[in-house]
Design a binder for this molecule. Structure first.
Ligand code: KIV
Ligand code: ZN
Length: 530
């Protein structure tokens, strides 16, 4: 069986810095609503994440409000806000984290020749000055300041050394070395981290941190190589969500450390049985499905299909299993409840699945469960998870689907009649289309006129059987901005309508992103990625 952590000395403790709500949410189409961000932050906090990077407060009022709200409610984790080197960014981040029990400002500036020349249009000496000024200003708000050298892995060594030294001298307590473009390799990255720790004066006054992107599929290996070289913070995201190919996946780095503790004798504070739940929640709110063969949390990660494997497993589980499914929160799919199950049983089931809902959310989930049980004979854990997560998505502000009737079949033309709640008013419209989905989306557009176009439509069955709930993802694109919504229902067209409306609501909410001219030419627009 897998190796588990045995030693728990402080020097081997790896701090988990989750940036799902910042770097993850920045990835094209993954925007989350305010309510969804709070739900993710609550879960990360409960799961034992050490630092939650809650957003980029200067980017928009929505980001600022989300970071402030998360700062006020998080019980254990440090809450962090991102800021570029400009004073307006830093002041906004400082304001956003003000109510946190423990707040961090994470400030960054590019240090590679290509970024300095083309993106910042600054000379190296100006960047160096900005490092000192930004960290000093951030320290005026909090003692916990992280500094990042954006594109560190393509930065000239001498210059990186000087920047890191300046950041520590100005009071940075964490030094992050991002592989912004996912370019490095494990050997190269560990040599870089080791060299910095060994060379920079006073390097022991800061925690060194990894931040690896997955463009070449090496983000987890690179992060772990960084830890072996002395880094003690890993920046990562649930499901590896993030810019382009994503960031290092939290569940993978945590389970690699735990499972191969013989060669990586470190430990984290993550409650690993919550990993699956976190993966599902992030997949739902971001609208990004988890690939079936994804390590740790993919649907097939613990499935043994071939005869040889099944035979081995039946004889002894360790023949093919290096981790126990329950250690990452994978449970046997079991028939759970039906229409006669009451509140008490439902509450127990919620607990069992890792949900801790407030009274209103619980009542809402219970009513949805009863409604589902009337329509579907066998209710599985997956059904309940889809139902609760659909509730989180539809609790967000914006238009809502009230009723939908669709006329479909070989006769054509297909027609949809939809009633929606728009700012408290019920509006009914109808439309015809090429197929029932097209008709439904056109009817929604008739209720809420908009210019967004459909970029992705995907249907997945939650369980097996013809009465299974359909989980639909819809991605909409509007002038370069993208948003994804998800909906679940036993009726595929109702799920489709819910998913479309969820994506549309997100686009509308994020429409007013501001573009402050703080560090021109480095504007923050929703389309700009850091
Ligand atoms: O990838 C990157 O360089 C970043 C920084 C802002 C840390 O996300
Ligand atoms: Zn990043």
């Amino acid at each position: 069986m897998s190796q588990h952590q045995t030693s728990h000395s402080d020097k081997d403790r790896v701090v988990i810095f989750d940036t799902t709500l910042r770097d993850g949410e920045q990835s094209a189409g993954a925007s989350m609503t305010f309510e969804e961000k709070l739900a993710v932050a609550d879960l990360l906090d409960e799961m034992g994440v050490d630092i939650i990077e809650a957003g980029f407060p200067i980017a928009s009022n929505g980001d600022f409000e989300a970071v402030s709200a998360i700062a006020s409610r998080v019980k254990n984790a440090v809450v962090c806000g991102l800021a570029r080197a400009g004073s307006k960014d830093i002041d906004r981040a400082g304001e956003a984290i003000r109510s946190a029990k423990r707040g961090r400002i994470h400030t960054f500036i590019s240090t590679s020749p290509v970024h300095m020349k083309y993106k910042l249009q600054k000379e190296p000496h100006q960047v160096l000055e900005a490092v000192t000024a930004s960290v000093t200003r951030a320290r005026g708000f909090t003692d916990d300041v992280e500094w990042s050298a954006e594109d560190a892995t393509r930065t000239e060594t001498e210059f990186l050394l000087r920047c890191v030294e300046a950041a520590i001298k100005a009071g940075a307590t964490t030094i992050n070395i991002p592989d912004t473009v996912g370019y490095t390799t494990p050997d190269e990255y560990s040599a870089l981290i080791r060299m910095l720790i060994e060379t920079v004066p006073n390097s022991d006054q800061a925690v060194f941190s990894t931040h690896c992107h997955d463009d070449l599929g090496m983000s987890v290996a690179n992060s772990l190589a960084g830890v072996r070289a002395g880094a003690r913070q890993i920046e990562c995201t649930i499901n590896g969500l993030g810019e382009r190919a994503g960031n290092a996946a939290l569940e993978e780095v945590v389970m690699a450390i735990r499972t191969r503790n013989d060669v990586m004798p470190y430990w984290t504070g993550i409650k690993t049985p919550m990993l699956m739940h976190a993966s599902k929640l992030v997949s739902t709110v971001s609208g990004f499905p988890v690939q079936y063969n994804k390590a740790i949390v993919g649907k097939n990660a613990f499935a043994h299909e071939s005869g040889i494997h099944q035979d081995g497993m039946l004889k002894h589980v360790e023949t093919y299993e290096i981790m126990r499914p329950e250690d990452v929160g994978v449970k046997e799919t079991n028939l759970v409840m039906g229409k006669h199950s009451g509140r008490h049983a439902f509450r127990e089931k919620m607990k069992d699945l890792g949900y801790d809902l407030g009274q209103n959310a619980f009542e809402d989930a219970f009513n949805r469960f009863k409604d589902l049980a009337d329509r579907k004979k066998q209710i599985y854990d997956e059904d309940i998870e889809a139902l609760v997560e659909d509730g989180i998505t539809s609790a967000a502000k914006g238009a809502k689907v009230i009723a939908l009737t669709v006329i479909a079949g070989t006769g054509g033309p297909q027609k949809a009649i939809i009633t929606m709640d728009v700012e408290g008013q019920h509006i009914t419209k109808e439309a015809t289309g090429t197929g029932p989905v097209d008709a439904t989306f056109k009817a929604i557009k008739a209720v809420v006129p908009h210019d967004a176009t459909l970029a992705l439509y995907q249907v997945q069955a939650v369980t097996e059987g013809t009465d299974a709930q359909a989980e639909v993802s819809v991605r909409l694109s509007d002038g370069g901005r993208m948003a994804t919504g998800r909906g679940a229902d036993v009726d595929t067209l109702v799920s489709s309508a819910k998913a479309y409306v969820a994506a549309m609501n997100k686009l509308m909410t994020h429409r007013q992103k501001t573009a402050p001219d703080v560090d021109a030419p480095e504007p923050v627009k929703s389309s700009e990625r850091v």
